[in-house]
Design a protein around this ligand. Structure first.
Ligand SMILES: [Zn+2]
Length: 416
Protein backbone atom coordinates (compact mmCIF):
# COMPACT_ATOMS: atom_id res chain seq x y z
CA UNK A 1 0.00 0.00 0.00
CA UNK A 2 1.35 3.46 -0.84
CA UNK A 3 1.30 5.96 1.98
CA UNK A 4 -1.70 8.22 2.42
CA UNK A 5 -2.08 11.86 3.36
CA UNK A 6 -5.44 13.15 4.60
CA UNK A 7 -6.34 16.77 5.30
CA UNK A 8 -9.48 18.50 6.56
CA UNK A 9 -10.72 21.78 8.00
CA UNK A 10 -10.51 20.29 11.50
CA UNK A 11 -8.29 17.57 12.92
CA UNK A 12 -9.37 16.08 16.26
CA UNK A 13 -6.52 13.85 17.40
CA UNK A 14 -8.36 13.17 20.75
CA UNK A 15 -4.95 12.66 22.37
CA UNK A 16 -4.12 16.34 21.94
CA UNK A 17 -5.87 19.62 21.12
CA UNK A 18 -7.98 20.19 17.99
CA UNK A 19 -6.08 21.63 15.03
CA UNK A 20 -7.73 23.91 12.48
CA UNK A 21 -6.64 22.97 8.95
CA UNK A 22 -4.99 19.76 10.05
CA UNK A 23 -3.51 16.77 8.26
CA UNK A 24 -2.19 13.31 8.87
CA UNK A 25 0.41 11.26 7.03
CA UNK A 26 0.13 7.48 7.14
CA UNK A 27 3.11 5.38 6.04
CA UNK A 28 3.04 2.37 3.74
CA UNK A 29 3.09 0.18 6.89
CA UNK A 30 -0.28 1.64 7.94
CA UNK A 31 1.14 3.60 10.90
CA UNK A 32 0.89 7.35 11.46
CA UNK A 33 4.11 9.16 10.48
CA UNK A 34 3.07 12.76 11.00
CA UNK A 35 0.06 14.60 12.37
CA UNK A 36 -0.63 18.29 12.97
CA UNK A 37 -1.21 21.54 11.09
CA UNK A 38 -1.59 20.97 7.33
CA UNK A 39 1.35 23.27 6.61
CA UNK A 40 3.69 21.16 8.78
CA UNK A 41 2.77 17.66 7.55
CA UNK A 42 5.06 16.51 4.70
CA UNK A 43 3.90 15.66 1.15
CA UNK A 44 6.23 12.76 0.21
CA UNK A 45 6.17 11.75 -3.47
CA UNK A 46 4.03 8.72 -4.34
CA UNK A 47 1.66 9.27 -1.40
CA UNK A 48 -2.07 9.44 -2.13
CA UNK A 49 -3.12 12.89 -0.89
CA UNK A 50 -6.69 13.87 -0.31
CA UNK A 51 -8.41 16.87 1.24
CA UNK A 52 -11.87 16.60 2.72
CA UNK A 53 -12.66 20.32 2.67
CA UNK A 54 -14.76 21.45 5.61
CA UNK A 55 -14.99 17.99 7.25
CA UNK A 56 -13.55 16.77 10.57
CA UNK A 57 -10.81 14.15 10.72
CA UNK A 58 -10.71 12.05 13.90
CA UNK A 59 -9.53 8.65 15.15
CA UNK A 60 -11.59 5.67 14.06
CA UNK A 61 -14.21 4.88 16.71
CA UNK A 62 -13.87 1.88 19.02
CA UNK A 63 -17.06 -0.12 19.61
CA UNK A 64 -16.30 -2.30 22.64
CA UNK A 65 -19.44 -4.43 22.45
CA UNK A 66 -21.03 -5.85 19.32
CA UNK A 67 -22.64 -9.13 18.27
CA UNK A 68 -22.08 -8.85 14.52
CA UNK A 69 -23.18 -12.43 13.82
CA UNK A 70 -26.70 -11.23 14.72
CA UNK A 71 -26.76 -8.58 11.96
CA UNK A 72 -30.09 -8.75 10.17
CA UNK A 73 -32.04 -10.18 13.12
CA UNK A 74 -33.31 -6.76 14.24
CA UNK A 75 -37.00 -6.71 14.98
CA UNK A 76 -38.62 -3.69 16.59
CA UNK A 77 -38.35 -2.84 20.27
CA UNK A 78 -37.28 -5.62 22.68
CA UNK A 79 -40.09 -6.80 24.97
CA UNK A 80 -40.14 -6.08 28.73
CA UNK A 81 -39.58 -9.71 29.68
CA UNK A 82 -35.78 -10.12 29.34
CA UNK A 83 -35.62 -13.89 30.03
CA UNK A 84 -38.27 -14.46 27.33
CA UNK A 85 -36.36 -12.18 24.92
CA UNK A 86 -33.15 -14.19 25.50
CA UNK A 87 -35.03 -17.44 24.74
CA UNK A 88 -36.53 -16.00 21.54
CA UNK A 89 -33.14 -14.81 20.37
CA UNK A 90 -31.61 -18.22 21.03
CA UNK A 91 -34.23 -19.95 18.90
CA UNK A 92 -33.79 -17.43 16.05
CA UNK A 93 -30.01 -18.00 16.16
CA UNK A 94 -30.55 -21.75 15.95
CA UNK A 95 -32.22 -21.24 12.54
CA UNK A 96 -29.09 -19.64 11.03
CA UNK A 97 -26.60 -21.66 8.99
CA UNK A 98 -22.81 -21.06 9.21
CA UNK A 99 -22.97 -19.33 5.80
CA UNK A 100 -25.71 -17.01 7.06
CA UNK A 101 -23.66 -16.15 10.16
CA UNK A 102 -20.66 -15.33 7.99
CA UNK A 103 -22.73 -13.14 5.65
CA UNK A 104 -24.21 -11.40 8.71
CA UNK A 105 -20.74 -10.84 10.21
CA UNK A 106 -19.42 -9.40 6.94
CA UNK A 107 -22.44 -7.11 6.63
CA UNK A 108 -22.08 -6.05 10.26
CA UNK A 109 -18.41 -5.21 9.79
CA UNK A 110 -19.25 -3.09 6.75
CA UNK A 111 -21.94 -1.33 8.84
CA UNK A 112 -19.32 -0.60 11.53
CA UNK A 113 -16.94 0.91 8.99
CA UNK A 114 -19.78 2.96 7.49
CA UNK A 115 -20.44 4.36 10.98
CA UNK A 116 -16.78 5.39 11.45
CA UNK A 117 -15.96 2.42 13.72
CA UNK A 118 -12.56 0.84 13.01
CA UNK A 119 -12.13 -1.51 16.01
CA UNK A 120 -14.64 -3.82 17.65
CA UNK A 121 -14.91 -5.98 20.73
CA UNK A 122 -17.31 -8.66 19.53
CA UNK A 123 -18.92 -11.57 21.34
CA UNK A 124 -20.44 -14.53 19.53
CA UNK A 125 -20.34 -18.28 19.24
CA UNK A 126 -20.48 -18.96 15.49
CA UNK A 127 -16.83 -17.97 14.86
CA UNK A 128 -18.03 -15.92 11.89
CA UNK A 129 -16.87 -12.54 13.15
CA UNK A 130 -13.22 -13.46 13.61
CA UNK A 131 -13.25 -14.94 10.11
CA UNK A 132 -14.85 -11.76 8.71
CA UNK A 133 -12.31 -9.57 10.53
CA UNK A 134 -9.39 -11.65 9.33
CA UNK A 135 -10.43 -11.94 5.69
CA UNK A 136 -11.49 -8.28 5.36
CA UNK A 137 -8.40 -6.90 7.12
CA UNK A 138 -10.35 -5.49 10.07
CA UNK A 139 -9.29 -4.87 13.64
CA UNK A 140 -10.79 -6.23 16.82
CA UNK A 141 -11.05 -8.75 19.60
CA UNK A 142 -13.47 -11.61 18.95
CA UNK A 143 -14.60 -13.19 22.22
CA UNK A 144 -15.70 -16.78 21.66
CA UNK A 145 -18.80 -17.48 23.74
CA UNK A 146 -19.33 -20.52 25.94
CA UNK A 147 -22.61 -21.57 27.54
CA UNK A 148 -23.60 -24.20 30.11
CA UNK A 149 -25.83 -23.39 33.09
CA UNK A 150 -25.82 -26.97 34.46
CA UNK A 151 -22.67 -27.76 36.48
CA UNK A 152 -22.68 -31.26 34.96
CA UNK A 153 -22.09 -29.70 31.49
CA UNK A 154 -18.93 -27.96 32.67
CA UNK A 155 -16.20 -30.24 31.28
CA UNK A 156 -17.96 -30.71 27.95
CA UNK A 157 -18.52 -26.96 27.55
CA UNK A 158 -14.90 -26.13 28.39
CA UNK A 159 -13.56 -28.77 25.99
CA UNK A 160 -15.88 -27.39 23.28
CA UNK A 161 -14.59 -23.87 23.89
CA UNK A 162 -10.95 -24.97 23.81
CA UNK A 163 -11.53 -26.80 20.54
CA UNK A 164 -13.23 -23.76 18.97
CA UNK A 165 -10.51 -21.36 20.10
CA UNK A 166 -7.86 -23.67 18.67
CA UNK A 167 -9.71 -24.07 15.35
CA UNK A 168 -10.24 -20.30 15.07
CA UNK A 169 -6.55 -19.70 15.74
CA UNK A 170 -6.01 -19.60 11.99
CA UNK A 171 -7.79 -16.23 11.91
CA UNK A 172 -5.74 -14.73 14.76
CA UNK A 173 -2.82 -12.48 13.94
CA UNK A 174 -2.05 -9.01 12.72
CA UNK A 175 -4.79 -6.85 14.12
CA UNK A 176 -7.21 -9.64 15.02
CA UNK A 177 -7.19 -11.18 18.50
CA UNK A 178 -9.28 -13.88 20.11
CA UNK A 179 -10.71 -13.96 23.62
CA UNK A 180 -13.32 -15.97 25.48
CA UNK A 181 -16.75 -15.02 26.74
CA UNK A 182 -18.44 -17.14 29.37
CA UNK A 183 -21.70 -15.56 28.29
CA UNK A 184 -23.63 -14.42 31.39
CA UNK A 185 -24.47 -15.58 34.94
CA UNK A 186 -27.87 -16.80 33.70
CA UNK A 187 -26.33 -19.09 31.04
CA UNK A 188 -23.10 -20.27 32.71
CA UNK A 189 -22.63 -22.28 35.92
CA UNK A 190 -20.23 -21.16 38.64
CA UNK A 191 -18.02 -24.15 37.88
CA UNK A 192 -17.86 -23.30 34.19
CA UNK A 193 -16.96 -19.70 35.06
CA UNK A 194 -14.15 -20.87 37.33
CA UNK A 195 -12.56 -23.31 34.87
CA UNK A 196 -12.93 -20.95 31.91
CA UNK A 197 -11.35 -18.08 33.86
CA UNK A 198 -8.48 -20.31 34.99
CA UNK A 199 -7.85 -21.53 31.44
CA UNK A 200 -8.03 -17.98 30.01
CA UNK A 201 -5.50 -16.93 32.61
CA UNK A 202 -3.10 -19.73 31.62
CA UNK A 203 -3.45 -18.82 27.95
CA UNK A 204 -3.39 -15.04 28.60
CA UNK A 205 -6.69 -14.70 26.73
CA UNK A 206 -8.92 -11.68 27.30
CA UNK A 207 -12.35 -12.39 28.78
CA UNK A 208 -15.71 -10.65 28.20
CA UNK A 209 -18.80 -11.21 30.35
CA UNK A 210 -22.31 -9.81 30.25
CA UNK A 211 -22.68 -8.79 33.87
CA UNK A 212 -25.24 -7.18 36.18
CA UNK A 213 -27.49 -6.37 33.25
CA UNK A 214 -31.09 -7.17 34.24
CA UNK A 215 -32.98 -7.30 37.55
CA UNK A 216 -33.86 -10.93 36.63
CA UNK A 217 -30.15 -11.83 36.74
CA UNK A 218 -29.81 -10.33 40.24
CA UNK A 219 -32.96 -12.21 41.35
CA UNK A 220 -31.50 -15.48 40.09
CA UNK A 221 -28.20 -15.04 41.95
CA UNK A 222 -29.44 -13.52 45.18
CA UNK A 223 -32.62 -15.57 45.75
CA UNK A 224 -32.78 -18.27 43.07
CA UNK A 225 -36.04 -16.64 41.90
CA UNK A 226 -37.42 -14.76 38.87
CA UNK A 227 -37.72 -15.44 35.17
CA UNK A 228 -34.30 -17.05 34.67
CA UNK A 229 -34.68 -19.19 37.81
CA UNK A 230 -38.06 -20.48 36.57
CA UNK A 231 -36.53 -21.40 33.21
CA UNK A 232 -33.67 -23.21 35.00
CA UNK A 233 -36.10 -25.16 37.20
CA UNK A 234 -38.04 -26.18 34.09
CA UNK A 235 -34.82 -27.62 32.61
CA UNK A 236 -33.75 -29.39 35.83
CA UNK A 237 -30.81 -27.01 36.43
CA UNK A 238 -29.88 -26.51 40.10
CA UNK A 239 -29.85 -22.90 41.38
CA UNK A 240 -26.59 -20.97 41.26
CA UNK A 241 -24.16 -21.68 44.06
CA UNK A 242 -23.50 -19.97 46.35
CA UNK A 243 -26.79 -18.04 46.51
CA UNK A 244 -27.06 -14.63 48.09
CA UNK A 245 -24.33 -12.82 46.16
CA UNK A 246 -24.73 -9.91 43.78
CA UNK A 247 -23.77 -10.76 40.17
CA UNK A 248 -20.44 -8.94 40.60
CA UNK A 249 -19.68 -10.73 43.91
CA UNK A 250 -20.66 -14.04 42.35
CA UNK A 251 -18.24 -13.67 39.45
CA UNK A 252 -15.54 -12.49 41.83
CA UNK A 253 -15.90 -15.59 43.97
CA UNK A 254 -15.37 -17.70 40.82
CA UNK A 255 -12.15 -15.87 39.96
CA UNK A 256 -13.44 -14.14 36.83
CA UNK A 257 -12.68 -10.48 37.57
CA UNK A 258 -9.26 -9.12 36.62
CA UNK A 259 -7.47 -6.66 34.38
CA UNK A 260 -8.09 -8.75 31.27
CA UNK A 261 -11.85 -8.91 31.96
CA UNK A 262 -14.28 -6.72 30.04
CA UNK A 263 -17.55 -6.36 31.97
CA UNK A 264 -20.47 -5.57 29.67
CA UNK A 265 -23.43 -3.52 31.00
CA UNK A 266 -22.90 -3.21 34.82
CA UNK A 267 -26.32 -1.70 35.44
CA UNK A 268 -27.36 -3.55 38.62
CA UNK A 269 -24.35 -2.65 40.77
CA UNK A 270 -24.04 -1.47 44.38
CA UNK A 271 -21.31 0.76 45.76
CA UNK A 272 -19.73 -2.39 47.24
CA UNK A 273 -19.71 -3.96 43.76
CA UNK A 274 -18.00 -0.90 42.30
CA UNK A 275 -15.27 -1.08 44.95
CA UNK A 276 -14.73 -4.71 44.04
CA UNK A 277 -14.59 -3.98 40.31
CA UNK A 278 -12.17 -1.15 40.90
CA UNK A 279 -9.82 -3.30 43.02
CA UNK A 280 -9.93 -6.02 40.35
CA UNK A 281 -9.08 -3.44 37.67
CA UNK A 282 -11.68 -4.67 35.16
CA UNK A 283 -12.63 -2.80 31.99
CA UNK A 284 -16.22 -1.81 31.20
CA UNK A 285 -18.31 -1.87 28.02
CA UNK A 286 -21.03 0.67 28.69
CA UNK A 287 -24.11 0.24 26.45
CA UNK A 288 -26.58 2.96 27.49
CA UNK A 289 -29.06 2.60 24.61
CA UNK A 290 -29.29 -1.19 24.88
CA UNK A 291 -29.85 -0.87 28.64
CA UNK A 292 -32.60 1.65 27.97
CA UNK A 293 -34.24 -0.40 25.18
CA UNK A 294 -34.52 -3.42 27.51
CA UNK A 295 -35.63 -1.20 30.42
CA UNK A 296 -32.86 -2.52 32.64
CA UNK A 297 -32.19 0.93 34.06
CA UNK A 298 -29.11 3.12 33.74
CA UNK A 299 -25.54 2.17 34.63
CA UNK A 300 -23.88 4.55 37.16
CA UNK A 301 -21.47 5.87 34.54
CA UNK A 302 -20.27 8.83 36.61
CA UNK A 303 -19.29 6.52 39.49
CA UNK A 304 -17.63 3.95 37.20
CA UNK A 305 -15.52 6.77 35.74
CA UNK A 306 -14.80 8.45 39.07
CA UNK A 307 -13.18 5.28 40.50
CA UNK A 308 -10.88 5.14 37.46
CA UNK A 309 -12.31 2.13 35.62
CA UNK A 310 -11.43 1.86 31.93
CA UNK A 311 -14.79 2.51 30.28
CA UNK A 312 -15.56 2.12 26.58
CA UNK A 313 -18.88 2.35 24.76
CA UNK A 314 -20.73 -0.45 23.00
CA UNK A 315 -23.77 -0.57 20.77
CA UNK A 316 -24.61 -4.17 21.74
CA UNK A 317 -26.41 -6.10 18.99
CA UNK A 318 -28.82 -4.69 16.45
CA UNK A 319 -31.45 -6.94 18.07
CA UNK A 320 -31.16 -4.86 21.26
CA UNK A 321 -30.24 -1.43 19.97
CA UNK A 322 -31.56 -1.32 16.41
CA UNK A 323 -28.49 0.34 14.87
CA UNK A 324 -24.71 0.39 15.27
CA UNK A 325 -24.56 4.12 16.02
CA UNK A 326 -21.73 4.62 18.51
CA UNK A 327 -22.08 8.41 18.51
CA UNK A 328 -25.71 8.01 19.66
CA UNK A 329 -24.34 5.91 22.57
CA UNK A 330 -21.84 8.73 23.25
CA UNK A 331 -24.66 11.29 23.40
CA UNK A 332 -26.58 9.09 25.85
CA UNK A 333 -23.41 8.59 27.91
CA UNK A 334 -22.78 12.35 27.97
CA UNK A 335 -26.22 12.96 29.50
CA UNK A 336 -25.91 10.05 31.92
CA UNK A 337 -22.39 10.86 33.10
CA UNK A 338 -22.61 14.67 32.92
CA UNK A 339 -19.79 14.71 30.35
CA UNK A 340 -18.77 17.41 27.90
CA UNK A 341 -18.34 16.59 24.19
CA UNK A 342 -14.57 15.96 24.48
CA UNK A 343 -15.04 13.47 27.33
CA UNK A 344 -17.87 11.70 25.51
CA UNK A 345 -15.74 11.46 22.36
CA UNK A 346 -12.83 10.07 24.42
CA UNK A 347 -15.12 7.26 25.62
CA UNK A 348 -15.64 6.01 22.08
CA UNK A 349 -11.99 6.42 21.03
CA UNK A 350 -9.02 6.41 23.44
CA UNK A 351 -10.94 5.11 26.42
CA UNK A 352 -12.49 2.29 24.36
CA UNK A 353 -8.98 1.39 23.21
CA UNK A 354 -7.90 1.17 26.85
CA UNK A 355 -10.89 -1.04 27.67
CA UNK A 356 -9.76 -3.50 24.98
CA UNK A 357 -6.07 -3.27 26.01
CA UNK A 358 -5.17 -1.64 22.67
CA UNK A 359 -4.25 1.85 23.85
CA UNK A 360 -0.71 1.64 22.50
CA UNK A 361 -2.00 0.85 19.02
CA UNK A 362 -5.19 2.83 18.46
CA UNK A 363 -7.63 5.33 19.96
CA UNK A 364 -5.93 8.58 19.02
CA UNK A 365 -4.13 10.18 16.11
CA UNK A 366 -0.55 10.06 17.27
CA UNK A 367 2.73 9.21 15.52
CA UNK A 368 3.36 5.46 15.74
CA UNK A 369 -0.29 4.42 16.19
CA UNK A 370 -2.26 2.76 13.42
CA UNK A 371 -3.66 5.08 10.77
CA UNK A 372 -7.27 4.35 11.72
CA UNK A 373 -9.48 7.36 11.11
CA UNK A 374 -12.94 8.55 10.34
CA UNK A 375 -13.88 11.61 8.32
CA UNK A 376 -17.14 13.21 9.41
CA UNK A 377 -18.99 16.09 7.82
CA UNK A 378 -21.54 17.20 10.43
CA UNK A 379 -24.85 18.74 9.39
CA UNK A 380 -25.19 22.48 8.85
CA UNK A 381 -27.36 22.84 11.96
CA UNK A 382 -24.24 22.23 14.08
CA UNK A 383 -22.18 24.95 12.37
CA UNK A 384 -21.94 27.17 15.46
CA UNK A 385 -20.59 24.42 17.73
CA UNK A 386 -17.01 23.43 18.57
CA UNK A 387 -15.64 20.52 16.47
CA UNK A 388 -16.02 17.85 19.21
CA UNK A 389 -19.62 18.90 19.83
CA UNK A 390 -20.29 18.76 16.08
CA UNK A 391 -18.94 15.20 15.93
CA UNK A 392 -21.06 14.26 18.94
CA UNK A 393 -24.14 15.61 17.15
CA UNK A 394 -23.40 13.44 14.10
CA UNK A 395 -24.37 9.93 13.07
CA UNK A 396 -23.46 7.23 10.54
CA UNK A 397 -25.06 9.28 7.71
CA UNK A 398 -22.47 12.03 8.29
CA UNK A 399 -19.46 9.71 7.90
CA UNK A 400 -17.73 10.57 4.64
CA UNK A 401 -14.87 8.04 4.73
CA UNK A 402 -13.23 5.50 7.03
CA UNK A 403 -9.65 4.18 6.97
CA UNK A 404 -8.14 1.17 8.73
CA UNK A 405 -4.34 1.33 8.87
CA UNK A 406 -4.52 3.89 6.06
CA UNK A 407 -6.57 1.55 3.91
CA UNK A 408 -9.78 2.86 2.44
CA UNK A 409 -12.63 0.72 3.90
CA UNK A 410 -15.64 2.98 3.44
CA UNK A 411 -16.75 5.90 1.28
CA UNK A 412 -20.10 7.64 1.51
CA UNK A 413 -19.66 8.53 -2.13
CA UNK A 414 -17.20 7.14 -4.68
CA UNK A 415 -13.76 8.79 -4.77
CA UNK A 416 -13.59 11.54 -7.38
ZN1 LIG B 1 -24.32 -8.21 24.46
Amino acid sequence: MPGRRLAARWLLPVEGPAVERGAILIGSDGRIEAVGADATVPHPPGVVAESFGDAILLPGLVNTHTHLELTGLAEGVPGHDFPAWVRRLRSRKAERSPEEFLAAARGGLADCWAAGVTTIGDTGDSGAVIEALSTAGGCGVAYQEVFGPHPAQCEESLAGLQGRVEALGRFVGGRVAIGVSPHAPYTVSGRLYAVTAAWADEEALPVAVHLAESPAETELLTHGEGGFAEAWRGRGIPPPAPLGRSPVEWLDCHGVLGERTLCIHLVQVTSGDIGLLSRAGVAVAHCPLSNRAHRHGAAPLDVLLSVGLRVGLGTDSVVSGGTLDLLAEARAAAVLGGLDAEAALALCTVSGARALGLEREIGGLRVGKWGDCAVIRPGRATAGLAPAARVLASGPHDVVATFVGGRDVHRAEPMS
